[in-house]
Design a binder for this molecule. Structure first.
Ligand SMILES: [Zn+2]
Length: 438
């Protein structure tokens, strides 16, 4: 008989107690997630998927531990010796081949996008690289993108060999962390710093070049060659290399970080600059592995025209900023005024007139002026302090695994005695001259 709604007021308690057993799995159900495994049948890169940078529950003691080391997991319980490493499902250089954008031994095509009229682009072809040089408007500085072709990638000791070595060698790549109150914040990417310490990052490991694998030394040397190529004369050799390994869905997040309880992938890429004190004016990066997009835009204070607080920027307005023409005209007129107060009140009046804001409202960031497609073996050089002062950049990797090897010159005098390392940073001995690809 069909029950009527009135029957609901009285029910049989046996109905509430009824359980249906699920035929497919016997109780008790495992609450502890299984350890991730990779075997010979797994696809290339199976060990660097998004799941591979999540934590584990220790099968010995039950403790949840984060993935800290590139090489695997270590239980964080004092005294527990459990470790878990995955075999390398090596991503061979051929796996990086993109059928839609094939590379040959001819010069590579450029996929860079220039979205600002003010940027002056010059292209050169040399050493099998297409070399795009972007002069950013309004500042003294440039960004140069060396786009590699197959000859570069396959060069002896070059990007293909470096890519394999970075995947397999013990480089010391590890996620950095820093305390925040009672909690610990864990950086997303795996990092290791060689040579002079770059103290502004959360790298967990600092090593001497003497303990570096060939790739680290060769990257330093290749980047020194590249900086001399774009800026002959006035450059200082790099004395630091920061290696960053990005697994799937990890992108740079300098102001940091994901909490240990929130390991979800970054939905937005973080814009930042590399303009810390004590650095030389040139920063060079070698990309290995799957590609990434590097976006460069004006910082919002220069875009909107007001620094923090309500003080209008008393500097020439940057091409590409809002109300540029008006601001340029007003700024030029103002150059005759020497009295600081008068200058300031003029600037304030101008800000009010043009509706310049002190903080970005909603998505009021500058549009990207430049987007560089960083492929395997490509080099990017940012030269000039103004690049870091007026512009910011963000990098979003696309694909399973990418390494960025960034070289800087760090002024030794800028480090306090405590910040200095026990090892001595030697000169670049592995002198690369590009002759094999000339
Ligand atoms: Zn344990």
């Amino acid at each position: 008989m069909e029950p009527s709604e009135d029957d609901i007021v009285s029910y049989d308690s046996r109905w509430l107690k009824q359980r249906t057993t699920w035929a497919h799995e016997g109780a008790p159900y495992p609450l502890r997630p299984e350890l991730m495994e990779v075997d010979a049948a797994s696809a290339p890169g199976a060990h660097v998927t998004q799941r591979a940078w999540r934590g584990i529950a220790c099968p010995k003691c039950g403790r949840c531990s984060s993935r800290r080391d590139f090489k695997g997991w270590t239980c964080e319980t004092a005294g527990c010796d459990f470790t878990h490493t995955l075999p390398h499902a090596l991503i061979a250089p051929n796996e990086l081949y993109d059928a839609f954008n094939p590379l040959s031994k001819g010069y590579a095509t450029s996929r860079d996008r220039v979205d600002s009229n003010g940027i002056v682009v010059q292209s050169q072809f040399s050493h099998n690289y297409r070399i795009n040089r972007y002069e950013l408007p309004g500042i003294c500085g440039f960004v140069t993108h060396f786009i590699a072709n197959r000859t570069v990638q396959q060069e002896a000791g070059g990007p293909d060999e470096m890519w394999v070595e970075m995947q397999t060698a013990d480089t010391g790549l590890r996620r950095g962390s820093k305390p925040k109150g009672d909690e610990e914040y864990l950086g997303r990417q795996f990092m290791v710093n060689y040579g002079m310490p770059y103290k502004f990052i959360t790298a967990a490991t600092f090593r001497s070049f003497d303990d570096a694998c060939n790739t680290i030394k060769a990257a330093r040397s290749r980047l020194n060659w590249a900086q001399r190529y774009v800026n002959p004369g006035a450059c200082k050799d790099f004395n630091e290399v920061l290696a960053i390994g990005y697994f799937e869905e990890q992108s740079i997040n300098v102001s940091n970080i994901s909490t240990r309880s929130n390991n979800s992938p970054a939905k937005t890429v973080q814009y930042h600059d590399d303009g810390e004190n004590g650095l030389g004016p040139t920063i060079a990066t070698l990309s290995l592995g799957y590609p990434a997009w590097m976006s460069i835009r004006l910082k919002h204070n220069h875009y909107l025209g007001v620094t923090t607080g309500e003080n209008p920027v008393d500097e020439p307005p940057m091409p590409g900023c809002i109300e540029y023409q008006e601001r340029r005209k007003a700024y030029d007129e103002m150059q005759t005024i020497e009295d600081k107060k008068e200058r300031r009140s003029k600037l304030e009046a101008l800000s009010a007139k043009l509706g310049l804001k002190s903080k970005p409202v909603g998505r009021q960031h500058a549009p990207d002026a430049l987007k560089l497609h960083l492929g395997h073996g490509d080099i990017v050089i940012m030269h000039g302090e103004d690049v870091q002062k007026f512009y910011e950049h963000a990098v979003s990797p696309v694909g399973k695994l990418r390494f960025a090897l960034t070289a800087r010159h760090i002024t030794p005098e800028h480090l306090t005695p405590e910040e200095r390392t026990a090892y001595v940073v030697k000169e670049d001995e592995n002198v690369y001259d590009g002759s094999a690809i000339a």
